[in-house]
Structure formats: structure tokens, C-alpha cells
Design a protein around this ligand. Structure first.
Ligand code: NAP
Length: 259
């Protein structure tokens, strides 16, 4: 299927690894001009070279912390006339909610709620003017079913989801769509980091917990960044202009099953 993405300009935040990289790769393969982003320059350049070798469009990179104002200014300054914005950043830490103070909450809200809202606010009028825009928010299955010990994520992502439930409808008539993809468990570095806390609380290794983690997923496996990216590319395509304001679970059937 031709997705109609050739020549579209896409900024994919937090995309030198994991799910963001999966989205960047899929968009680049479909012919979009893609800007990758990450904080570590060497990892970012390695990702850029890898994706460039598969790409049909231009692949560039912006090394910055997207959760800071300076980082967002740098990213937006380098990406004129954006057609596609994929909002993403590292997730908040796992832990006991008693240990988090206001500073921890402010950081989670800044990274996983206010940053995507700020980026959206900066690009939306250009998208409206050009009568084409696709905004994808990478959130979490926690939006549908909160995850224990990920309370910072549960809270911040719910706030983001509420904001976009309203804002997406306000821009829908301009061929600007806003959707969130909600990952369940995907095979990335983040999954292993999340398992570290569980491993510390039990006498099991991270590897053992990962194996058990697969067993409770109806699909019996973790998702891959490539399949995540394929959904992102479809939602950005010209075929998806009637899908907006949605929170699309991608979780191998994990959420909402009765034990
Ligand atoms: P990942 O494999 O750890 O990759 C994170 C990427 O984001 C890296 O490229 C990292 O590069 C970049 N990054 C992190 N913070 C950044 C910042 N402030 N500015 C710019 N780049 C930044 O993580 P992932 O699994 O892809 O997860 C992506 C998002 O999905 C996270 O919010 C995570 O919580 C959420 N999620 C993931 C899963 C899962 O199963 N994987 C499930 C639910 C939700 P640098 O470190 O070099 O900056």
C-alpha cells in the first residue's frame, strides 16, 4: 500500500533507540524526510546511519534533550514545515509512590505530559495552514490499565491523554489528526530497566522475569519496535485521515483479559 508519505517532513522525538527508532525507520522507509533525536551523540549518529541506509528520503539528526526548552527550540529550529510530529521521551522511573516528592512529579509531568503539549502547540498552526498534520503520541498501556509501581507514568500519561482528547477534536477539520499508540510490552532497553525494580524486589533475575512476562501476554511474546513503527507509519499516512483522537493499544492482547 502506498502510504502517501514521500517528501513529508517528520520529527521523531527520542528516536535513537527503541520505539521511537522503530517509528523513524518506518517513516524513512516510506519516503518521509526524518529528523531523529536523542541525547547521546554517538548512539544518535549510529541510528541515523542505520536508518539512512534503508531510507527513501533524507535522514537527519538533532542531538538534544527534548524535555528542555533549549532542546525543543533546537529541534523546532531545525525542522521547518513539519507534517509529522512523533512525541516521545524516556519514561519515568519505576518505584514506590511514597518515595516520590514534588520534584519527581514535576519531572514526570514535564517529560511525559508538558513536553508533547509544548511541541504540539508550536507546530499546530503550520499544520492547519498546510491542511495536513499527523501527531502521534507514544504513551503506554497504563493509560487504559494503570501499572503497579509506574505511578508517575500512570499520572503523567493520563494527563496527556486528557489534553489530547479535547485538542484533537479542535483540529480535526483541517486534516490534522492526533492519535496515541499505547505500547504494552516491547523488547527495548526500557523494558529491561522496568524489570530491574521487580528483580530487586524478588529473588529472580531480570532474564527469568522477562520469560515469565512473556507467558502472561496472550501473544506469548514481546512486541518489536518494527511492528510499532508500522502502525505509526499507517496512522501518519493519507489513508488514516479519518482516525483521530484515538488511543490505540498495541499489546499482544495483554490488557483487559480476565485471569
Ligand atoms: P528506550 O528503548 O529506552 O529508548 C528511549 C529513547 O529515547 C532513546 O533513543 C533515548 O536516547 C531517547 N531519549 C530518552 N530521553 C530523551 C530525552 N529527554 N530527549 C531526547 N531523547 C531522549 O525506550 P522505549 O522502550 O523505546 O520507550 C519509549 C517510551 O515508551 C518511553 O516513554 C517508555 O516509558 C514508553 N513505554 C515503553 C514500553 C516498552 O515496553 N518498551 C511500554 C510502555 C511504555 P538517549 O538516552 O541517548 O537520549
Amino acid at each position: 500500500m502506498e502510504l502517501g508519505l514521500k517528501g513529508k517532513n517528520a520529527l521523531v522525538c527520542a528516536s535513537s533507540k527503541g520505539l521511537g527508532k522503530g517509528c523513524a525507520r518506518a517513516l524513512a522507509q516510506e519516503g518521509a524526510n526524518v529528523w531523529l533525536n536523542g541525547r547521546d551523540a554517538a548512539t544518535l549518529e549510529a541510528a541515523r546511519l542505520e536508518i539512512e541506509s534503508l531510507a527513501a528520503g533524507e535522514v537527519s539528526s538533532i542531538c538534544c534533550d527534548i524535555t528542555t526548552k533549549a532542546g525543543r527550540d533546537k529541534a523546532l529550529g531545525a525542522t521547518p514545515d513539519l507534517d509529522i510530529l512523533v512525541n516521545n521521551a524516556g519514561g519515568p522511573p519505576v518505584g514506590d509512590f511514597r518515595s516520590w516528592d514534588l520534584t519527581d512529579w514535576e519531572s514526570a509531568l514535564n517529560n511525559n505530559m508538558l513536553t508533547p503539549i509544548e511541541l504540539f502547540r508550536s507546530v499546530i498552526d503550520g499544520m492547519i495552514e498546510r491542511r495536513f498534520g499527523r501527531v502521534i503520541n507514544i504513551t503506554s498501556s497504563s493509560v487504559k490499565a494503570p501499572i503497579q509501581h509506574l505511578d508517575l507514568s500512570n499520572g503523567a500519561r493520563s494527563g496527556l491523554t486528557g489534553f489530547f482528547a479535547g485538542a484533537s477534536r479542535q483540529v480535526a477539520s483541517y486534516n490534522v489528526t492526533v492519535n496515541a499508540i499505547l505500547p504494552g510490552r516491547f523488547d527495548t532497553d526500557r523494558l529491561r530497566t522496568s524489570m530491574t525494580f521487580a528483580a530487586q524486589k524478588s529473588d529472580q533475575s531480570i532474564e527469568e522475569l522477562l520469560e515469565k512476562g512473556k507467558e502472561i501476554i496472550p501473544a506469548k511474546r514481546f512486541g518489536s519496535p518494527d511492528e510499532f513503527g508500522a502502525l505509526c507509519a499507517f496512522l501518519c499516512s493519507t489513508h488514516a485521515s479519518y482516525i483521530t483522537g484515538q488511543n490505540i493499544l498495541m499489546d499482544g492482547g495483554l490488557v483487559s483479559i480476565s485471569p
